[in-house]
Design a binder for this molecule. Structure first.
Ligand SMILES: [Zn+2]
Length: 395
């Protein structure tokens, strides 16, 4: 939060459904957007005025599926890890995120959730932590991808309740295979608690997905990856995600996890309003090619060492945006909701995140014509600049 209101003038602002040229945005001392519109707009005395000189302002990206980056990992369960990844991803356009777990022992999962709960209270120095995405352990072994096979378990409501407690009720999204024993019970339990339920790492049939949707599932995890694929006699999870309008589909837009033509097809079929772009980035995102622990990074792609599966990505949100614009031929304003309003809506934070609108957090990016990020601001506070050092940040 800045102690002074800031009036940003002479910018091109991307707001929902409208690009405001020669616009201004007033950010109040609470780090919220007080007003936004064409020049000039009123501001209180003592307001700091900053001239954008025609540059473009985008709403910050919201990554609801990210495990780490720059050597840091959610599962290490330390504040330094969450803080480190929040700074790395802020540099790449993310202004808020869900700390995403992976299939692990009960103890390790609990530790990661404890850490997220503590970090939520303190706040991070980069992107804003919004809570947790629990990916596993309640998934189908058959579609595990790189998830740890020995730790996959059947959904257990007591265990889920413990996790919700440990996280300080900050679990906003759970990836689950609804077709396994107790799966639907868990779907109902979570939906009742207001947690968004995503079907993923799942071998469900179309009929089983349909049933899950009628029990409250509204999302799919990294669509096409780790799920029963589309077959014309059994559309599976992949087909159900395409056909059922209740489902919003996550997408890893690196062109490797999903072929560029299929990315285009997904946008054309679902529309940007039902595609939720994520990175699924792991700790080695941002690190050079090489061998790390159990994975190998080669040409920016992350594989299990035995080569049996992709193991997350090294993608960033800004790179995903550029890729998907390129794959689809869609414009910036057409793709933008998939990185902003859609994730905000899916995890129910769209009242205060996800767009440049009056009353919302001033989470925004200043970019040049090539979409290089010049500055990232979270709740009005600059957390990254390509042009100068960021003054020491205190929470
Ligand atoms: Zn993941």
């Amino acid at each position: 939060m800045s102690k002074q209101a800031v009036l940003w003038i002479n910018g091109t602002f991307y707001t929902p459904g409208k690009i405001i040229r020669n616009g201004s945005m007033l950010v109040n001392t609470e780090g919220k957007i007080e007003s936004i519109g064409s020049n000039p707009i009123d501001s209180p005395p003592n307001t700091l005025v900053k001239d954008l000189k025609g540059r473009t302002i985008l709403p910050g990206f919201i990554d609801i599926h990210v495990h780490g980056g720059d050597g840091f990992s959610v599962m290490n369960a330390t504040f330094e890890d969450l803080n480190g990844m929040s700074i790395f991803h802020a540099k790449n356009g993310t202004t808020s995120f869900l700390a995403t777990t992976t299939t692990s022992s009960r103890e390790k999962t609990q530790n990661a959730l404890d850490c997220a709960a503590r970090s939520l209270k303190v706040g991070l120095n980069g992107a804003d932590l919004l809570g947790v995405h629990l990916e596993g352990p309640f998934i189908n072994e058959k579609r595990r991808g790189a998830q740890n096979k020995s730790e996959i378990r059947k959904p257990d409501l007591v265990e889920l309740e413990d996790y919700l407690m440990a996280s300080g009720n900050s679990i906003r999204l759970v990836t689950i295979a609804s077709e396994v024993e107790n799966g639907m019970k868990a779907v109902n339990y979570l939906a009742d608690k207001g947690v968004t339920v995503s079907i993923g790492h799942s071998d469900a049939t179309f009929q089983q997905v349909n049933e899950a949707v009628s029990n409250g599932v509204s999302h799919t995890t990294h669509h096409f990856n780790g799920m029963r694929p589309l077959h014309h006699r059994e559309p599976g999870v992949a087909g159900a995600g395409l056909m059922l309008t209740e489902l919003t589909t996550e997408l890893i837009g690196d062109g490797i996890h999903v072929h560029p033509e299929v990315v285009k097809f997904l946008f054309e079929t679902k529309g940007a309003g039902k595609v939720c772009m994520i990175t699924d980035a792991v700790f080695c995102a941002g690190l050079p090619d090489g061998d790390y622990d159990s994975v190998t990074v080669s040409e920016g792609q992350v594989y299990l060492k035995d080569g049996s599966s992709l193991a997350g990505s090294s993608l960033t949100m800004i790179q995903a945006l550029k890729n998907v614009m390129n794959f689809t031929g869609y414009s910036l304003e057409q793709i933008l909701p998939s990185l902003t309003l859609v994730p905000a809506r899916q995890i129910k934070v769209d009242e205060y995140k996800g767009s440049l609108e009056k009353g919302k957090d001033a989470d925004f990016l200043i970019v040049d014509d090539e979409l290089s990020i010049l500055s990232t601001c979270v709740k009005g506070r600059e957390v990254f600049s390509s042009e100068h050092e960021i003054e020491s940040i205190t929470n």
